[in-house]
Write a protein that binds this ligand. Sequence first.
Ligand SMILES: Cc1cc2nc3c(=O)[nH]c(=O)nc-3n(C[C@H](O)[C@H](O)[C@H](O)COP(=O)(O)O)c2cc1C
Length: 291
Amino acid sequence: MTPVNIISAIHRRISVRHYEPRPVPEEVLQSVVKSGETSVALDDDIRIRFHLIEDGKLVSEQMTFLTGGKWLFGSSPHFIIATSEEKPLFMLNMGFRMEQMILFATEQGLGTCWIGGLFTEKRMGTFLGLEKDERVIALTPIGYPDTSLYGRIIHGLIHLGSPDSRKRKRLEQIAFGTNWGSPLETQDDELLEALECARLAPSWVNAQPWRFLVNGREIVAAADASGRYSSVRDGKHYYRLDVGIAMAHFFLAAKEIGWDGSWHVTGFDPVHVVKQYAIPEGYEVLGIYRR
Ligand SMILES: Cc1cc2nc3c(=O)[nH]c(=O)nc-3n(C[C@H](O)[C@H](O)[C@H](O)COP(=O)(O)O)c2cc1C
């Protein structure tokens, strides 16, 4: 289920950290969950679930004392918690799928915020009554953004503490030609638009670990696996989640533009790709988009 105006949703989406108390109509909540459940997968063999918790208080109570408070995420009327089977591509796949749901919610005028920290997996897993091999990956509040003076003050205060959250790396820093670091020389406005949408993706502490190499009709996605914030916790590679999100932006924007390409995450030899594109140590090849 792809939103109609995906590119405009990508440009509009921000992390919303304070919400109006009014509930979201049941059918809208269900349509958001459905957009996640029917999202395009990178690996169809990985079972994922989106758990809608209509009484948001039940989730915010499980979060850390400060962040779960009414002044922050505790203001959200509802939450959606994303869980996945643990398989080799599970983080990349979840980033790709959950972001499709986040953008659908944005299209409906709803606020969201990827939350990867601020909770312990064990506690949230117990709350959900998870099956044995199921991991809690992330959650998002879901509700109407609080645009009142109070809501805007809270938003402003949070941004004072994280002034870089709206900033993104320049396109030249994340998209190269056929060799690592070589300039992307292209007049292809459609390609530039899709890359711009990838550039605007949200990421853990805004680390933006994605890099793209363009070789004709092939685009390689790589991840900075050694950056300051490229953390791995309890077997969860957060930078892969981020790159999955940027790949979703690229894929959906390209689709809206009219391309019928897709990301391939298996079926290539990463060692060969690293050599071919001179990808430096510390970076991981995660996918190849073919038009
Ligand atoms: C995987 C992931 C995890 C995140 N975890 C948190 C979090 O725990 N708490 C929080 O306030 N924001 C979290 N964020 C939101 C980022 O800080 C935010 O996306 C980034 O600063 C860019 O800002 P924007 O989303 O408003 O464009 C997370 C984002 C992603 C993609």
